[in-house]
Design a protein around this ligand. Structure first.
Ligand SMILES: [Zn+2]
Ligand SMILES: [Zn+2]
Length: 344
């Protein structure tokens, strides 16, 4: 007996076949969402430095081939069983927080961001470098209508991280807040800090960054290539918060003496070398060093709504999905202005 074959249109997927390998563009069948999951027609996906974890295999336990991408903007086009609170056609995003178990001790305490079994899109399961992806409902962020897909995508990782770190930093309107680094994170951090009502000091390398930093909302620019930034901050009274976005432990260490009494160094730039600080630097002035991980999908919704309200937007360079290799290389070069986004 002849079997009737049902033709299913394939989709285009950019996958990492094994750690350290080049991207491969392959065709796969469009996946079906299981219970508690939705399928998203991806419209845009940001290319984040953390995608290197998947590309290089530096995150333990990744199963290959794997599709990277955790800055996903798209539209729900299929609901799995038991999904009642989301609808087909709804615009959604998926960021770093790709799902939590709801059962570990941290989840039972309501601290989903620190779930012991946190899932990450593009690491734990296939992410947004493809035309369709499947995500658990715990990962979904509802998207405001006025934000375009390619502008919303970077806000789901770079945006939420800067927004959430600042709003939990303890800084109040009119406080002096410094943002170290004017890059993918920093250019958003400066904008959020300005809209939060802080007096914003941007710290970057080279005088050429000054006009952009001012345009983004900094009232003071410090070039730490030619000046001692900590001394400059002290001349302004000291920083209540320094949002350290540049992935340089050395630059972070050099700024600790620029903190005001009770000031805090908020660390979000990912680096592997130790930050150097003496106990006396922390004790005098009761200073703090704190790290911050991005946040939950509801934090992402707050970020998007705040961006919608205040006009904070990422500066982006877009590439078609087929040019993922080129887009990734551009992001890794550090020369992108400032976030690279794949469009479908
Ligand atoms: Zn990211
Ligand atoms: Zn948990």
């Amino acid at each position: 007996m002849a079997t009737a074959k049902v033709a299913i249109a394939p989709m285009k997927v950019v996958q990492v076949p094994k750690p350290g390998a080049d991207f491969q563009i392959v065709e796969r069948e469009i996946p079906k969402p299981g219970a508690g999951h939705v399928r998203i027609k991806v419209q845009a996906c940001g290319v984040c430095h953390s995608d290197a974890l998947t590309k290089d295999g530096s995150w333990p336990g990744i199963q290959y081939p794997r599709v990277p991408g955790h800055e996903v903007a798209g539209v729900i086009d299929e609901l799995g069983d038991g999904v009642a609170e989301w609808r087909k056609g709804q615009r959604v995003g998926v960021g770093w927080h790709g799902g939590h178990d709801g059962t570990c001790l941290q989840c039972r305490r309501g601290d989903f961001a620190n779930c012991r079994n946190l899932e990450v899109a593009g690491i734990s399961y296939d992410g947004g470098y493809q035309q369709y992806m499947v995500a658990p409902v715990e990962a979904l962020t509802a998207m405001p209508d006025t934000l375009s897909d390619s502008e919303a995508a970077p806000l789901l990782c770079a945006g939420i991280t800067t927004f959430n770190a600042l709003r939990h930093s303890g800084a109040r309107p009119d406080d002096l807040v410094a943002v170290l680094g004017i890059g993918g994170l920093g250019h958003l951090g400066i904008q959020f800090a300005n809209k939060f009502g802080y007096k914003v000091v941007a710290i970057g390398r080279g005088a050429e960054n000054a006009p952009l930093a001012k345009k983004l909302g900094a009232s003071v620019y410090i070039d730490n290539k030619v000046t001692n930034a900590a001394e400059e901050l002290q001349k302004l009274g000291g920083a209540q918060v320094i949002l350290a976005t540049a992935p340089s432990s050395k630059a972070m260490s050099e700024l600790i003496d620029g903190l005001a009494p009770n000031g805090k160094l908020m660390v979000i730039g990912v680096a592997f070398e130790p930050i150097e600080v003496t106990p006396i630097q922390l004790i005098s002035g009761s200073r703090t060093i704190q790290g911050w991980v991005s946040g939950t999908p509801t934090d992402a919704e707050d970020t998007l709504r705040f961006a919608e309200l205040t006009g904070v937007r990422p500066m982006i360079e877009t590439y078609p999905l087929e040019k993922a290799e080129e887009a990734y290389a551009r992001m890794m070069s550090g020369n992108a202005q400032f976030r690279v986004v794949l469009t479908m």
